[in-house]
Design a protein around this ligand. Structure first.
Ligand code: A2P
Length: 282
């Protein structure tokens, strides 16, 4: 990985930028300005979701960015209340209307339906996925995938899926690496994306991260993002602060050695939500 324009290739051949821009908890003018900043700096992958309540503002920001549509990689996600075949299709149309786009680069199921809440969780996920597959085959979406799916959810999906997911976006930061899921995805040609890569910024205060920042003459955020990218995982740091948006993109001029990567991988919990998709009740 040498720069912001580097890409990974998904299992259907479509290219995805190696670093993304997260937008959770950013709305309205703040979001618009942050996206403008990010695009100017060179971010091309922008990650949103129906749940973030910012698709309309993001659509405005993209429209006014002056950059060609095909230069950007836009991701959104179907929210939990819209699971199922018909609902997913309708939710997708709403998302596209708000984003003002005629195709989406990547559409994800935001969370799997779980057995704690639904007796027929497997069936619900299968129906949601069927809608995603059809939208993909119609050319409305360039790639389809999952978010917060554990290996057993993906195994269940395989019983009915015609198309294997291309991406799984999971919570991933120091102290919460979900390595079983990462390994499962990487074995199965599913690219992993990391949400809350900075553990909602708590991980930045960790002493080991701080000492590595000193050693490499980088910032704690840059150390963590580099650690993620060196594992072939796409970090999606969220920031609405111009200096941090820039800082988070400057991770291509150094490399962590293997010992340091392992040291970070072994850290105890450092922030984030540490959500268990089988246990959540939303
Ligand atoms: P802000 O958006 O106000 O700039 P995560 O992506 O792990 O969920 O973390 C997001 C949080 O981390 C936000 O509060 C964001 O603040 C903050 N943040 C993002 N990048 C940096 C950075 N380079 N240094 C310090 N804080 C950061």
């Amino acid at each position: 990985m040498h720069g912001l324009s580097d890409v990974f290739t998904l299992n259907n051949g479509y290219k995805i930028p190696c670093l993304g821009f997260g937008t959770y908890l950013a709305e309205n003018e703040v979001l618009i300005n942050a996206v403008k900043e990010a695009i100017n700096i060179g971010y091309r992958l922008i990650d949103t979701a129906a749940f973030y309540n910012n698709e309309k503002a993001l659509g405005d920001a993209i429209k006014n960015s002056g950059i060609a549509r095909e230069q950007l990689f836009v991701t959104s996600k179907v929210w939990n209340t819209d699971r199922g075949y018909k609902q997913t299709k309708a939710a997708f149309e709403k998302t596209m209307e708000k984003l003002k786009l005629d195709y989406l680069d990547l559409y994800l199921i935001h969370w799997p339906a779980n057995k704690k809440q639904f007796n027929n969780a497997e069936e619900i996920n299968a129906e949601t996925w069927k809608a995603m597959e059809e939208l993909y085959l119609e050319g409305r979406i360039k790639a389809i995938g999952l978010s917060n799916f554990l290996p057993h959810h993906i195994e269940e999906l395989k019983n009915t899926a015609q198309i294997m997911p291309m991406v799984n976006q999971i919570e991933f930061h120091p102290g919460f690496t979900q390595m079983d899921t990462v390994k499962y995805c990487q074995r199965n040609n599913i690219i992993v994306e990391a949400w809350s890569p900075l553990g909602r910024k708590e991980a930045l205060a960790n002493d080991i991260i701080k000492s590595l920042a000193k050693k490499y003459e980088k910032t704690p955020a840059q150390i963590i993002l580099r650690w993620i990218i060196q594992q072939n995982i796409i970090p999606l740091p969220k920031s609405v602060t111009a200096s941090r948006i820039l800082e988070n993109s400057q991770i291509f001029d150094f490399e962590l050695n293997n010992n340091d990567i392992e040291m970070i991988s072994g850290l105890p919990q450092a922030g984030g939500e540490c959500a268990n998709p089988d246990e959540v009740d939303f």
